[in-house]
Write a protein that binds this ligand. Structure first.
Ligand code: 5GP
Ligand code: MN
Length: 320
């Protein structure tokens, strides 16, 4: 646990960033923390950095003032204190990594089991559902308002698959109970940001499911989407969200793998599992990370190369 108040006390400039291709937890934790700090310390300058924050999160307070690499030059910023949120390793910060190197004080708040702690002050709890849940824990509750609550609620909802994954704890539910007492339209947040898909997102989901292949006696499923197909539908990496979870819904499947091509022959690999397979361990083996039941990494090669390599580890976990 860290003392947020003591950490920021003497800081004038505060930087906050999450991981690249930010998900709901990353956006929610960063904006929740920045809204809180701006409210409690109006004299401090708080800046949030993010690459491609999804437009579906535009309802969150502070979204419009997120600094993105295409809007402003990152080299112009320097911080007394920098917060790295929801990033399992320092490189996941993408272009915001430079702040971690340059800032006078650094803080890492995260819930990834693979996080080794890459800042001076660390608050890492792999037992927490989300970074947003941890941000709630370090805030003094007198300053939380409806807008801050919406940010943290969004983060928790996204990282728990709407409170259904096993990372949901009694504490998560107590936090959510307190957050929704601020009185916002939570069911709309769930519908609009978690379940709703654009037409092309549904099309690419359908295509990936249609072309999926069962291996290891039906206990593992994989699907691959190449760059040409992504271009054909006009989809971006953010549009691939949720596909691997849908693959994992297949009866009998204990591990699902989705690969999509980022650059020629460079695949982003996403893995999901049930109890048996520790995908964080497998992802770490290939230079990535994540959680026991949701993890990912990037790998160079053909789809066959990747599956040949990864399936061996999945099989070992299934039999182990
Ligand atoms: P997703 O498959 O949705 O991209 O990611 C699932 C989980 O694994 C997330 O918690 C995410 O932060 C983590 N993850 C995905 N890809 C990587 C990666 O390349 N490196 C690390 N360290 N973590 C990853
Ligand atoms: Mn998270």
């Amino acid at each position: 646990m860290i003392n947020l108040e003591a950490l920021v006390q003497n800081a004038v400039t505060i930087g906050i960033s999450g991981h690249t291709n930010p998900d709901g937890d990353s956006v929610g934790a960063c904006l929740g923390l920045s809204n809180y700090l701006k409210k409690k310390y109006p004299d401090k300058r708080v800046t949030v950095f993010m690459e491609n924050p999804g437009e579906k999160f535009a309802y969150l307070q502070g979204y419009d003032s997120i600094t993105t690499p295409d809007k402003e030059l990152y080299t112009e910023f320097e911080f007394d204190i920098f917060f790295a949120l929801d990033s399992g390793d320092a490189m996941r910060l993408g272009s915001a990594h430079k702040f971690l190197v340059d800032a006078r004080e650094t803080v890492c708040i995260d819930h990834h089991i693979s996080n080794t702690g890459f800042a001076r002050h660390i608050f890492i709890d792999p037992g927490a559902s989300s970074t947003s849940e941890l941000i709630y824990e370090i805030m003094s509750h007198d300053f939380i308002d409806e807008e801050i609550a919406k940010c943290l609620y969004t983060g928790i909802i996204h990282d728990t698959g709407v409170l259904r994954y096993s990372n949901t704890s009694p504490k998560t539910l107590r936090t959510v109970a307190e957050l929704i007492s601020y009185g916002f339209d939570f069911s709309r947040i769930i519908e609009d940001t978690f379940y709703k898909k654009t037409y092309v997102q549904n099309q690419i989901l359908g295509r990936a499911v249609l072309e999926s292949i069962l291996i290891l006696d039906g206990r593992c499923i994989f699907s691959a989407v190449d760059h040409r197909t992504m271009d054909f539908y006009g989809v971006t990496p953010e549009d691939m969200d949720g596909i691997v979870t849908q693959l994992k819904c297949t009866a009998g499947v204990e591990c699902a793998i989705l690969m999509y091509e980022r650059e020629p022959m460079v695949y982003k690999v996403s893995m999901r599992s049930d109890e048996k397979v520790d995908v964080a361990k497998i992802a770490a083996w290939f230079g990535g990370g994540g959680h026991k039941r949701a993890a990912g990494f990037t790998m160079t090669g053909t789809v066959h190369d990747i599956i040949n390599n990864v399936s061996k580890y999945v099989e070992k976990e299934l039999d182990g």
